[in-house]
Design a protein around this ligand. Structure first.
Ligand code: 2AM
Ligand code: CA
Length: 267
């Protein structure tokens, strides 16, 4: 009972939050920078996080909340029931394009992902999973992922990682970009994970994400037998930042062995 109720409430609040975001398109947006000119937040990111926090605190006063905008709790471990929320994943897209962004909501218990939701607000597409029960896009059950050869793969990755940057030698991923069928960059980690889960893309790699960017995607991708690790092949840490490698089975091993081994030796 407990988890089906939490799941139903999470879905209801996520759809309500999405409706509020759609309504906001006709209102003036207040844009602020956070740590740098490319790190943006809007009044809608903040209001959406506060909307979730009010709902969760009222229904579940003993649950904890980890949210990107910081209105939740300060957590250094994942004991008990913890909601991990990104009110808008892909804020730059939200501001510039009014599309290609999502609400990401996950509920964990003692560090185990139980419920994951990624809501593509503009397309009214809800990707969702409950542990052990498979993953869905709206009412459609997603099939398990099948293996694909690297030459036939479409991978999502930002051009940042094959140009001079401070996290990875650009020569490591460039040969992979050459080898694959195509690359994409959508600018929303949550949607990129949802796209791996649906098979629209075969892999997604990035060098720095926060728990709210991947907490829901991790649960959804696991339910279709996809593999999610850091670029070093380690389990993701839900308290703190990580590199993230989301991939179809088989392809994960191939890319790790043939392209990431150099990075894994020289982090
Ligand atoms: P956001 O829009 O919620 O900030 C863009 O490539 C993706 O990376 C988005 O999912 C974005 O989430 C996330 N992102 C952007 N800057 C980040 C940072 N400094 N740390 C972690 N994730 C970031
Ligand atoms: Ca965000």
């Amino acid at each position: 009972m407990k988890w089906s109720e939490i799941d139903a409430n999470a879905k209801k609040w996520t759809r309500e939050a999405g409706e509020r975001i759609r309504t906001s398109f006709s209102e003036e947006l207040l844009i602020h920078t956070k740590t740098s000119p490319d790190d943006l937040v809007t009044n809608i990111d903040r209001e959406t996080e506060q909307f979730f926090i009010e709902k969760i605190r009222e229904a579940y006063p003993d649950h904890q909340i980890l949210g990107e905008e910081g209105f939740g709790d300060k957590l250094d471990k994942l004991d008990g029931t913890v909601w991990i929320i990104d009110p808008i994943d892909g804020t730059t897209n939200f501001i510039h394009q009014q599309r290609n962004f999502a609400i990401s909501v996950a509920v964990y218990e003692d560090g185990i992902g139980k419920v994951g939701l990624i809501y593509d607000v503009v397309h009214d597409e809800l990707y969702h999973a409950k542990i052990g029960e498979g993953a869905y896009l709206n009412d459609l059950k997603l099939p398990k992922l099948e293996e694909v050869a690297v030459e036939q793969a479409i991978i999502a990755l930002n051009a940042t990682w094959i140009t001079e940057n401070k996290r990875i030698d650009p020569n490591i991923l460039a040969p992979l970009v050459k080898k694959v069928r195509g690359t994409r960059s959508y600018g929303s980690a949550a949607l990129e994970m949802a796209y791996v889960a649906t098979g629209r893309i075969d892999a997604y790699l990035t060098l720095r994400l926060s728990p709210w960017d991947f907490a829901a995607g991790l649960i959804i991708v696991n339910e279709v037998a996809g593999k999610v690790t850091t670029l070093h092949g380690e389990e993701l840490n839900l308290i703190g930042q990580n590199s993230v490698f989301v991939c179809k089975p088989g392809l994960h091993e191939e890319i790790s062995k043939d392209y990431l081994a150099k990075f894994q030796k020289n982090p």
